[in-house]
Ligand binder design. Structure first.
Ligand SMILES: [Zn+2]
Ligand SMILES: [Zn+2]
Length: 375
């Protein structure tokens, strides 16, 4: 039988700034901190620089990746780019840097896509060009964005002193957008810190780190799942890391509500299974399974709509209709875990049913990624 516990899980934090751009600590400080918190990976994404690309590598069991955060000539449309040797030209349009990243075999994630806030000192920087094609991922939840939005809405002191308080759920607009795009093709949803170790002049007199890295590394995390261990060889590990993300074998957690290690979402029939990110053909015996390390409200979402929910640390939902399915786990009214999608598809050659409300059958690896249960 398929054993979800046999998957390898890597937990990490995306999108960290350093003193190379507008962060307040250097790479070594943050790497040490990540090791202290037992993270398996971190990614650095300074603005428009790859100055410390040489910091990439394995640090014991911590995988450190260095990409950067590209912006358009107006400072908008932020894109996390990995797998390029040099920063792309600053005069490129979003469509151009998305395309170029893909052409050179890189990996790109749209950052804080629906950012909004009324905060003159820090104007919102949303993604505006949705005609772009070929991005690999979307930040579903960005801690810095959520924090600044909370501060802009008032409650300044509360959020300044406790930057994790306002993290209740990912922006609904972003979730809607992600679910919609996922009907057509795979796009991985990740969570990110957008960590800066933010300092602020309090009462106009003294500087205080109001949003330290130690908080940022212990909030929004992304977990990836692999069938085999990441290779010890760094180049091979990096390649597998991004391949796993392309397959959407990932979920997001807010660590504040509990360690989400061990959460699993999979689909199974008596003879086949699919892990998160995979596709599987619809079947009368198909069910979706959830297992969580702690009790929560487990909400099933199909094609962007909430279809079922149960309270507990495990769940089984029949999946009789095709569609893109994901789950959200809530604790005390706040989102704890968001999974990526499982695609339940119509078998090739069957005429009816595939047209509406079902994931596109020409997406990469339709059905192929699903494994056969070993008895
Ligand atoms: Zn940004
Ligand atoms: Zn950033």
């Amino acid at each position: 039988m398929f054993d979800p516990d046999k998957l390898h899980e890597y937990v990490g934090v995306f999108h960290i700034h350093t003193t190379d751009s507008d962060g307040t600590k250097d790479h070594d400080y943050i790497i040490n901190l990540a090791q202290k918190y037992n993270l398996d990976f971190i990614t650095f994404n300074d603005h428009m620089t790859l100055a410390h690309k040489d910091k990439e590598g394995w640090y014991g069991k911590l995988l450190v990746l260095v990409g950067y955060e590209h912006e358009d000539p107006e400072g908008k449309n932020h894109y996390l780019i990995f797998g390029v040797d040099k920063v792309l030209p600053a005069d490129m349009t979003p469509a151009e840097y998305v395309r170029r990243t893909r052409q050179v075999g890189g990996f790109g994630i749209i950052a804080h896509p629906d950012e909004r806030r009324d905060f003159p000192k820090f104007p919102p920087l949303p993604w505006t060009d949705w005609s772009v094609r070929g991005f690999d991922g979307i930040e579903i939840w960005n801690h810095m964005s959520a924090w600044l939005e909370g501060i802009a809405q008032g409650n300044k002191l509360k959020y300044l002193l406790n930057p994790r308080k306002l993290l209740s759920a990912p922006p609904p607009d972003t979730l809607r957008r992600w679910d919609k795009i996922s009907l057509r093709r795979r796009v991985v949803g990740i969570g990110s810190a957008d960590a800066h170790g933010f300092r602020l002049k309090i009462l106009g007199i003294f500087w205080r780190t109001v949003f330290p890295y130690k908080v940022e590394l212990n909030s929004i995390r992304t977990h990836i799942l692999t069938k085999r261990e990441l290779p010890k060889d760094f180049a091979a590990a990096k390649e597998k890391f991004f391949r796993t993300l392309r397959q959407c074998r990932a979920f997001i957690s807010n660590h504040r509500w509990g360690d989400a290690r061990g959460f699993r979402f999979w689909a199974q029939t008596p003879s086949r299974y699919a892990i998160v990110g995979d596709s599987i053909n619809v079947n009368s015996k198909l069910a979706l399974f959830v297992k969580a390390p702690q009790e929560a409200e487990i909400v099933l979402i199909r094609n962007g709509e909430r279809v079922s929910s149960v309270q507990g640390s495990s769940a089984k939902f029949p999946a009789k209709r095709p569609g893109v399915y994901r789950v959200e786990l809530w604790r005390e009214g706040k989102v704890w875990i968001v999974s990526n999608h499982i695609r339940v598809t119509v078998p090739r050659g069957s005429r009816n049913g595939g047209k509406t409300n079902s994931p596109s059958t020409n997406s990469r690896g339709r059905g192929k990624n699903a494994g056969r249960s070993r008895k």
